[in-house]
Design a protein around this ligand. Structure first.
Ligand SMILES: Cc1ncc(COP(=O)(O)O)c(C=O)c1O
Length: 313
């Protein structure tokens, strides 16, 4: 969907106009994919708005940068404050927030040493990522996720999203809403932009991070909520065929939130409707995010922006 612009973007410590946040075509990031980024959501609350798990997202940004030896000249607290600043300055909530650290204009070789680190934070309205009555119809991709020791899955780098694009485009061309990537050994990894959960016989399963999955903040939130609700949670390698015989399957992600899956490779999951465990977890997740349930895990950072449109649970 087209990006809805906002007045300001945070760049290296200052707010600049949206249209001035441009890069030279010879910047290192354009040629070599040298960026790490985050996707964060700010939710409307009954009074004001709140960013969901802001420190965890900004810590992952710093971790991604560290893996790629990118020295970010801002502390965790400074980055969190910058997010609050830009959201409050733009007065747009609910919104999606996109912080990015990249290697800019300097030298042309693969070596990134002579290219400066630039930090930008934008925010803009963004609604539901995966839609569909009773859940998404998805497929298992013919593309695998990156093998370990190639592109690190724990770093949320721009380069990883070339693989995500292959998975997503193939799914889209074949009439599915999303694709599931297997890892290099054929075990379930994750969606092109989501972690995945499976329910079978009352137990909640998700692949461990060693199956080339991103350390999703929503994944962590769902694991926390599921344990709080008393569910048995198991992080273990999952064979592909377990997806087909699952009682419930759902994606998690900042963009996708908690999104039930209705079918995989045209095989209907369970009775084709969001299952009880998925609904219970989604209810708690959206309840906390939208300020309708207690913030029992301390996940919300308030921002002084009145939400324009109430966010439906
Ligand atoms: C490949 C991939 N896996 C998982 C996720 C979910 O991560 P999070 O819940 O932190 O948004 C995302 C989204 O950022 C993603 O792009």
């Amino acid at each position: 969907m087209p990006i809805q612009t906002t007045p300001n973007i945070w760049h290296n410590g200052s707010l600049i106009p949206w249209e001035k946040a441009t890069l030279h075509v010879m910047s290192h990031v354009i040629h070599y994919g040298s960026s790490v980024f985050e996707g964060v959501r700010c939710y409307g609350q009954p009074h004001g708005s709140a960013v969901f798990r802001l420190p965890e997202h900004m810590q992952r940004l710093l971790d991604s940068a560290k893996i790629y030896r990118m020295e970010v000249p801002y502390t965790l607290d400074e980055l969190c404050a910058a997010v609050v600043d830009v959201v409050e300055a733009n007065e747009v909530a609910p919104c999606y927030i996109r912080p990015i650290v990249l290697r800019g204009y300097g030298e042309i070789g693969v070596s990134p040493k002579g290219s400066p680190i630039e930090v930008y934070i934008a925010n803009f309205p963004w609604g539901k990522y995966l839609t569909g009555h009773n859940g998404a119809d998805v497929c298992v991709s013919s593309w695998n996720r990156m093998a370990p020791n190639t592109l690190p899955a724990l770093a949320k780098s721009g380069a990883n999203y070339m693989n995500s694009q292959l998975i997503h485009m193939e799914a889209d061309l074949n009439g599915y809403q999303e694709g599931i990537g297997l890892d290099v050994n054929g075990l379930v990894s994750e969606g092109s932009g989501e972690n995945i959960f499976v329910v079978r016989n009352g137990v909640l399963y998700t692949p461990p991070l060693s199956n080339s999955a991103l350390s999703g903040i929503t994944r962590d939130s769902v694991l926390t909520i599921a344990r709080h609700l008393g569910h048995t949670v198991v992080e273990q390698a999952l064979p592909r065929e377990l997806l087909y015989i699952a009682d419930e399957v759902f994606f998690t992600g900042t963009a996708a939130e908690v999104s039930p899956i209705r079918s995989i490779d045209r095989i209907v999951i369970g009775d084709g409707k969001p299952g009880e465990i998925t609904r219970g977890i989604a209810d708690e997740f959206f309840g906390i995010a939208n300020g309708l349930k207690p913030d029992r895990f301390g996940w919300l950072t308030p921002v002084k922006v009145d939400a324009a449109v109430p966010v439906p649970a």
